[in-house]
Design a protein around this ligand. Structure first.
Ligand code: NDP
Ligand code: MG
Length: 373
């Protein structure tokens, strides 16, 4: 029996993780659950899974939480990302945003296995997480592309290149002139996946692929990373080996597959899955970096190193929040990220505190500049 804590249990990945636990009561037990602020949903889940540790990040909700779960340990603030994992073997980190880095570092310090959905933590703090991993803990990817690469690498010693696939989001085929007037409602409607708002907007701007290129850089210790547009989202990514052979991992687009693999690794354990309806036509199309420059910015941030990826991520988080509040246009998002990367002086970031300080400063600067619009 594996004890599992799910941070971000009320979100898209969190809820799908709990679906897997529901289907495998003999394999998994929930010992920790946390969310940002939605206490009612959290309490419902906590009761269903008889959960021992329950946390809400929003401190103003703590009294309410405590009263509703008298038999559990209730936490708030950073403890909802840290103390709540006590007693877990595996921690599913499915919170959104760079704040997930706190949970990643704490879980590694405690020697836990992490099933990592939260990509912003690796984008902003990849070097620090990599360093921490040398001292204990395990990090298993949940992001479908990275899970695909990981699956392709099983039994392999070396490879020459990673090829990530990208659906292209809802606007790959739209004329560039229409992007300015894209609304939040249009941007969050992804053609193949049902996801939280932030990652849906990231997919629409293609910043998601940029973040994933940086995520892959840290997970697989390489900068040989390309991407290709694959609108069907059936091939989840590929790895090219030194003899020219390419392995691809494919399957019906369903996040429960990579989530379950991260929990059951090294086994592909049983799952009641939707089969692919074959034959089917698959397309692999070229990216258009004039229309969607975000992945190019991410590749430049990898080359620049230092604080660049943390700046890119913070600017993107602020810009996406502003777009969802209708303060800026869709096309402003990546422009704001590009401006932040050129404005911010380059420096090294060596500690987690420096990453958090960079993030907060860049985020606040951008957020305060545009929020009064
Ligand atoms: P959602 O917006 O659906 O869910 C986010 C979850 O995080 C919610 O449970 C939210 O709680 C919680 N949360 C937010 N802030 C905090 C905090 N400070 N402390 C504790 N919990 C917090 O996001 P997704 O599930 O879509 O995405 C989660 C992460 O996984 C993101 O980093 C995303 O990029 C990544 N990912 C998602 C995929 C997907 O298919 N959805 C695919 C691949 C990666 P509350 O409900 O109370 O606000
Ligand atoms: Mg992905």
């Amino acid at each position: 029996m594996k004890n599992i804590a799910v941070l971000g249990c009320t979100g898209s990945i969190g809820r799908q993780t709990l679906d897997i636990v529901r289907s495998n009561p003999d394999k998994y037990r929930i010992t920790g659950l946390s969310c940002g602020s939605r206490v009612t949903e959290l309490v419902g889940l906590s009761r269903e899974f008889s959960c021992k540790n329950v946390g809400v990040y929003d401190k103003t909700k703590y009294t309410e939480l405590k009263a509703l779960v008298p038999n559990a340990n209730a936490f708030c603030g950073d403890d909802a990302l840290t103390a709540v994992i006590d007693g877990a073997d595996t921690v599913v980190i499915a919170v959104v945003g760079m704040i997930g880095l706190k949970a990643v570092l704490y879980a590694l310090e405690k020697g836990k296995a992490i099933a990592l959905a939260n990509k912003e933590s690796l984008v902003a703090g990849g070097s620090i997480v990599t360093e921490r991993l040398k001292h204990g803990g395990k990090l298993y990817p949940v992001d479908s592309e990275h899970s695909a690469v990981w699956q392709c690498l099983q039994g392999e010693k070396d490879f020459s290149r990673i090829i990530l696939t990208a659906s292209g989001g809802p606007f790959y085929f739209a004329p560039q002139s229409e992007l300015y007037s894209v609304t939040p409602e249009q941007a969050v409607k992804h053609p193949n996946w049902s996801m939280g708002q932030k990652i849906s907007v990231d997919s629409a701007t293609m910043m998601n692929k940029g973040l994933e290129i940086i995520e892959a850089r840290w997970l697989f210790n390489t900068t040989d990373i390309d991407y290709v547009i694959h609108p069907e989202s059936v091939v989840h990514s590929m790895v090219e080996f030194r003899d020219g052979s390419i392995k691809a991992q494919a399957g019906f687009p369903d996040m429960r597959l990579p989530i379950q693999y991260a929990l059951s690794y090294p086994e592909h354990s049983y799952r009641n899955f939707t089969p692919l309806s074959l034959p089917m036509e698959l397309r692999f199309l070229p990216p258009d970096e004039n229309k969607f420059p975000a992945p190019k910015l991410a590749k430049q941030a990898i080359v620049a190193g230092g604080n660049s990826a943390a700046v890119l991520n913070a600017a993107n988080e602020a810009a996406v929040a502003l777009f969802l509040q209708r303060k800026i246009a869709f096309t402003d998002i990546v422009r704001i990220v590009e401006d932040a990367l050129s404005a911010e002086p380059h420096c090294e970031v060596k500690t987690a505190d420096e990453v958090f300080a960079t993030h907060n400063r860049v985020y606040d600067q951008i957020y305060l500049k545009y929020r009064g619009r």
